[in-house]
Design a protein around this ligand. Structure first.
Ligand code: MOS
Length: 787
């Protein structure tokens, strides 16, 4: 409610005037909602797209990283002499060779590019070898003699918090920047009420690996003028620019970052270390440097999804009204903070689920361990807490003897509801519609009853979960107000160049921007050329994360397009002898409203504008309005908009072996508005399959810090044989601050799906596994124990 007061002056209106009218336009839209192929999709399908490892380099050197063979150790000595003597070796570089600052931590300055005196996980980077060919580099890396003194190590947050635990960083193992409290009402009082029905359990989640298509492959080119060019598969080029500049002691504009085709990222390429390592070698050797990770390196060096230990207690009245949620969450951050505080904030603020709960006490505690650094991964803390909260909802509905759908519907967030942080949702809450549609489309009622009666060696189950996911990084402590930029140039022939700092990594946001531009300029999509990212030309649009690409970048695209349209309409009004407000742009044609004989074309109009010196290029910035957030109590507004979903999953379980087949997933999303239908459907299919892996298959197994399955033979991701039938549907409740009403979307499918699979497995087997992944082994053991 305090948040309301802040918005009264409507700074958006002041800043953007009428340019934002189209945000929640109810006009008949032509391009928005249609199906457009994603940037480079055809090249990828044909195998001609150039990924990082396909780039041509002139007279390159090949780099290989020397990695720690201990989870925690002091470095006593690094002897590079044997490696340097190997024919073909050009040099071996350590922390001492770094001309700038040896620091790559994203939020907390706790991570060196190359270790100085301590290594903190298996695989921590100690040195880099440069050689004439990749095999020599590999051989030489083995010849670098590092003398270690092993230190006691710690592998779980519960051990890391003990007072006598080995200290991983100077300040201890606790990460205070990632501690958050969300406190509303009085949970103690609520749980003390006489008639309250309570469930209380611990839930655990695992390390999940992004397993994107192409492992990190980086080309760094030292230019003659002392600048550095980086070409690589990227998610966060502006971060790469800053990190490389810092490592090399350059200004950020002396680092040029160009994107190669990027085969997925899912948060994994938010890490900037791989590019900085290539840049260091290029700087030292003065030759183009190729640094390509093996799959094993890709799976063990950069970020993985955080394991969470979540202790939940949830209470409701006998008639099924939720009264209290208490949660204590312990995070395994791994050896460095990387991105642990951000997900902790997202987890804490979403941990009560998409429900109206009057009493909430959520607290999250991240700890360093000597495991692989955890970090950004699609969903950013939210898949973990949704597994816990949606399991709790099912367990509680069973105790209340209520249908899980009926119980949820009594408590869901609706227009005007308050979230756990006290944020009033005054718009775009389509959750009830999602639930009703998912239930109807999946034949929930019939199947729920029918599967219950199944006998025999194989049983089926059907389960539901709801979810909500805030778009962007709005109130996250340490983040400034969110912004995005776009550049549009209408060329003299009426073709349109579009550039954005939002990155295309297969998710399709920049492609969605082009649909927005086409709609706003009233031109066919094929007039627009979406240019590959290059930091020399493309405006900074922030980091492409947090389901903000289409939403935030889409608004800046819209503002740029509307700004240009306004100028062009003024000229058109002269040409057509009508008022500017009467000029209509549609499918490349320009006409005066209600006077069809007065017409020209967009292309002709572009020519005339150029002749008149009317500037048809524009770089615009969109900044979100400020909101209120009290970090002490975790109360206030967290995100401008939430995406909602309901997901029904059906499984078949072999009661002998515990083997699970996910048969069918029926998710329904309220994403505000579909911009590119093909892109949205692709996000659903990819996210659901990734969630199947998260739910029942994937775990990056750590044994005393050592990853025992760092390859795609032993780390199982779903294949087409494991993929369920997926029927996706969207309900569209336009968001008043989204481009044509769109909210963020990309992460939602992985957040919402895994808990519905867990609940379906319980429905089939009658045994509840409270840790992910729900493997056949765990089901088998659980059935044996008769739990
Ligand atoms: Mo993401 S996990 O918001 O890169």
């Amino acid at each position: 409610m305090v948040a309301k007061a802040l918005e009264e002056s409507d700074p958006e209106q002041e800043r953007y005037g009428k340019l934002l009218e189209a945000l929640s336009s109810k006009d008949h839209l032509i391009t928005i909602g249609s199906k457009a192929p994603i940037f480079e999709a055809k090249d990828r399908a044909l195998g001609i797209a150039r990924y990082g490892a396909d780039l041509p380099a002139e007279n390159p050197v090949y780099a290989k990283i020397v990695r720690s063979k201990f989870p925690h150790a002091k470095i006593k000595k690094i002897d590079t002499s044997r490696a340097e003597k190997l024919p073909g070796v050009i040099g071996v570089f350590t922390a001492e060779d770094i001309p700038g600052i040896n620091e790559i931590g994203a939020l907390v300055p706790d991570q060196p590019l190359l270790a100085t005196d301590t290594v903190r996980y298996y695989g921590d980077s100690v040195a880099i070898v440069a050689a004439e060919d990749p095999l020599t580099a590999e051989e030489a890396a083995e010849l670098v003699d590092v003398e270690y003194e092993p230190l006691p190590a710690v592998f779980s947050p519960l051990d890391a918090m003990k007072p006598n635990a080995p200290k991983i960083h100077e300040g201890g193992n606790y990460i205070p920047t990632g501690h958050f409290l969300v406190k509303k009402g009085d949970v103690q009082k609520a749980f003390a009420q006489p008639d309250i029905i309570v469930v209380e359990h611990e839930y655990r989640t695992q390390h999940q690996e992004h397993a994107f298509l192409d492992p990190e492959a980086n080309l760094a080119i030292p230019e003659k003028d002392g600048t550095m060019t980086i070409i690589a598969g990227l998610q966060f080029p502006f971060g790469v620019q800053m990190t490389v500049a810092k490592i090399l002691g350059l200004r950020s504009d002396q680092v040029r970052v160009i994107q190669a085709a990027t085969g997925g990222s899912f948060g994994g390429r938010d890490a900037t270390g791989p590019q900085a390592k290539a840049a260091l070698v290029a700087y030292k050797t003065k030759r183009p440097t190729i640094l390509t990770y093996t799959r094993e390196e890709s799976m063990t060096e950069p970020l993985v999804r955080h394991p969470y230990i979540m202790r939940y207690k949830t209470g409701a009245t006998k008639d099924g009204k939720l009264i209290a949620v208490k949660a204590e969450i312990f995070v395994d951050a791994g050896a460095y903070e990387t991105y642990s505080s951000g997900p902790a904030w997202r987890a804490a603020t979403h941990a009560a689920g998409p429900y109206q709960v009057p009493n909430v006490h959520i607290e999250i505690f991240p700890y360093y361990t000597n495991n692989t650094p955890s970090g950004a991964f699609r969903g950013f803390g939210n898949p973990q807490v949704h597994f816990a909260t949606e399991s709790q909802m099912d367990e509680l509905s069973e105790k209340l003897d209520m249908d899980p759908v009926e119980f949820r519907l009594k408590n869901i967030l609706r227009d005007g509801s308050a979230t756990a942080t006290g944020q009033i949702l005054d718009h775009s809450v389509g959750l009830e519609e999602c639930v009703k549609k998912a239930v109807k489309d999946s034949h929930w009622k019939e199947k729920r009853a029918k599967y219950k009666e199944m006998k025999g060696a194989k049983k089926k189950g059907i389960g539901i979960s709801l979810m909500y996911h805030g778009a962007s990084t709005l109130s996250e402590p340490g983040e400034g107000p969110d912004y995005a930029r776009s550049t549009i140039i209408v060329n003299k022939d009426g073709s349109v160049t579009y550039r954005t700092g939002i990155i295309e990594m297969g998710q399709g946001s920049p492609t969605a921007h082009t649909l927005i531009v086409a709609e706003a300029l009233g031109i066919p999509l094929n007039y627009i050329n979406l240019e590959r990212f290059d930091s020399r030309t493309h405006p900074d649009a922030g980091i492409t994360v947090a389901s903000r690409g289409t939403y935030m970048g889409g608004i800046s695209a819209l503002i740029a397009a509307k700004t240009i349209a306004k100028r062009m309409k003024k000229k058109a009004a002269q040409m057509l002898d009508c008022r500017p407000s009467k000029v209509d742009f549609k499918e490349g044609k320009v006409s005066a409203k209600n006077q069809p004989s007065k017409k020209t074309t967009f292309k002709e109009l572009a020519v005339r504008c150029h002749e008149d010196g009317i500037v048809l290029s524009e770089t615009t910035t969109y900044i979100v309005p400020r909101i209120y957030w009290d970090n002490e109590m975790g109360q206030g507004d967290t995100y401008h908009a939430f995406t909602f979903s309901a997901t029904v999953s059906e499984v078949e379980v072999d009661m002998e072996t515990g083997q699970v087949q996910v048969l069918k997933v029926t998710p329904v999303y309220d994403l505000g508005r579909v911009i590119n239908r093909l892109g949205a459907e692709g996000q659903v299919e990819g996210g659901v399959v990734q969630a199947v892996g998260y739910a029942i298959m994937e775990e990056l197994v750590h044994k005393e810090g050592l990853v025992t399955n760092p390859n795609l033979a032993d780390y199982y991701i779903p294949t087409s044989m494991d993929s369920p039938e997926i029927t996706s549907n969207f309900v569209e409740h336009p968001f008043k601050r989204g481009p044509y009403g769109a909210k963020g979307f990309a992460e939602s499918p992985i957040v919402g799906t895994a808990p519905s699979i867990a609940n379906a497995i319980y429905h089939a087997t009658g045994t509840r596994v409270r840790s992910l992944p729900i493997t056949s082994e765990k089901i088998h053991l659980s059935l044996e124990k008769g739990e």
